[in-house]
Design a protein around this ligand. Structure first.
Ligand SMILES: Nc1ncnc2c1ncn2[C@@H]1O[C@H](COP(=O)(O)OP(=O)(O)OP(=O)(O)O)[C@@H](O)[C@H]1O
Ligand SMILES: [Mg+2]
Length: 408
């Protein structure tokens, strides 16, 4: 069977992760991985092109070395406060054909009009996701092509990014010698690799808590209803440890990763202090800082979603609850803590186990990188124009087929 090589580059604040995979169009095998510390980024955004480009290059080269192939092009992630999103509506009249049926070109025209309306010149559309169409009075239509009608309405979730930030990101990747296939807003990539079809249908919040940013996407009725970025994540926890315990940033980060936990401490036992550079640090102090900061971050997520949606998408009411990805999701007990805070079911999202060297990308911090590969294989939006007629909205089945073909 004919296979293609595909590439993904997740450009994060703490790490840049490049993946090279092989796909036959239905399944994929991860062949190469290059995960390196990132430089030149702050809170998800490129702030120093030369430094960021070198990190991207190092990550690509490392992936190429393990794969034994060059990466020609890649799907690339994007995040940062400059990304904004909202639900946009549009309407057109169906005219010009005798049968008075909606044609593919009508849908394209409607989406184009909706996309360009009220678009500031300094912003560009990253994603336009049609949530549903309405044909005359009939609501909730997923694919209107072929339907009889005079009026076609659409409601879309539209995600925009600043042109400058996109240009900077492009310079880093193209400057490192790789063409860009698509730029994907990070939480959508993470969602593609960890959310189930049932979760997306019933209602679920995906929170990718990385180093510099927490990226949020809420799915309902198989579609994205809300997305946003919070510029607070794991690095803030480390910074608070550094400030609170008077330690240098590297040591604080190390202590957090090695001893950090949100699992309540036993009340009865006195825990042994940690010995750091000859000094004793009370484990309870480290625990308290991590606990307080993480709980605050979780509450911030709830607050932001509730404020932005007027309570309509209150995470505690979402039937499938919250799924966490990103490096900070490695904190033991985070799902349990979130469950207590929100009263909603919570879990950690791990990328699916496929064959190849996927073992090295099994943690929640690799959900976005893996999702970018899936994005390239098939998503409703990436291939919207080409596949409008048959797989208009759902990326249903991508994951199940990946696992079926190559899975362990
Ligand atoms: N075991 C762990 N316990 C606690 N925190 C962890 C652990 N492992 C990683 N982290 C934290 O996860 C963060 C990095 O996550 P991730 O790799 O998802 O970030 P990123 O994608 O580079 O950043 P961003 O998406 O925010 O731009 C760091 O703050 C790191 O300290
Ligand atoms: Mg990330």
């Amino acid at each position: 069977m004919k296979t293609n090589k595909i590439g993904a580059i997740d450009i994060g604040t703490t790490k840049i992760c490049s993946l090279i995979a092989e796909t036959d169009g239905t399944g994929l095998r991860v062949l190469g991985i290059g995960s390196v510390p990132s430089k030149g980024l702050q809170k998800g955004q490129v702030v120093n092109i030369a430094e960021a480009r070198e990190s991207v290059r190092a990550s690509i080269r490392a992936a190429e070395k393990t794969a034994g192939f060059r990466m020609d092009s890649a799907v690339v992630s994007m995040s940062g406060k400059h990304v904004s999103s909202g639900n946009k509506r549009g309407v057109i009249s169906i005219t010009g054909n005798r049968k008075q049926t909606v044609e593919k070109k009508d849908v394209e025209r409607l989406l184009e009009i909706t996309r360009s309306e009220n678009m500031p010149p300094e912003e560009t559309v990253l994603h336009q996701i049609p949530r549903y169409f309405r044909v005359d009075g009939q609501d909730g239509v997923k694919d209107p092509v072929g339907m009889f009608g005079y009026r076609l309405d659409v409601e879309t979730h539209t995600i925009t990014a600043s042109v400058t930030s996109l240009e900077n990101l492009t310079k880093c990747v193209v400057g490192a010698g790789v063409k860009i296939d698509n730029v994907v807003f990070e939480p959508l990539a993470s969602a593609a690799s960890v959310l189930t079809e049932d979760e997306k249908r019933d209602g679920v919040l995906l929170a990718d808590i990385g180093g510099g940013t927490t990226n949020i996407a809420v799915y309902k009725n198989d579609s994205v209803y809300y997305s946003s970025v919070i510029s607070v994540a794991g690095n803030q926890i480390s910074r608070d440890i550094s400030l609170g315990l008077g330690l240098n940033p590297e040591l604080s980060e190390e202590l957090k990763v090695r001893y950090g936990s949100l699992i309540p401490l036993p009340q009865t036992e006195k825990l042994k202090p940690l010995l750091v550079d000859g000094e004793e640090i009370a484990y309870e102090d480290l625990f308290d800082i991590i606990h307080i900061r993480t709980e605050e971050l979780l509450r911030l997520v709830l607050l932001q979603v509730n404020n932005d949606t007027g309570g309509e998408l209150d995470p505690s009411t979402l039937p499938a609850g919250i799924v966490f990805t990103g490096g900070t999701a490695n904190l033991p007990g985070i799902a349990e803590m979130a469950q207590q805070v929100t009263q909603a079911p919570c879990r950690i999202g791990y990328p699916p186990r496929v064959s190849g060297i996927a073992d090295s990308i099994s943690g929640p911090e690799y959900a976005a990188s893996f999702g970018l590969l899936l994005w390239k294989m098939e998503t409703p939006e990436a291939h919207y124009r080409q596949k409008m007629n048959n797989r208009i909205f759902k990326n249903t089945g991508v994951l199940s087929r990946v696992i079926r073909i190559f899975g362990k």
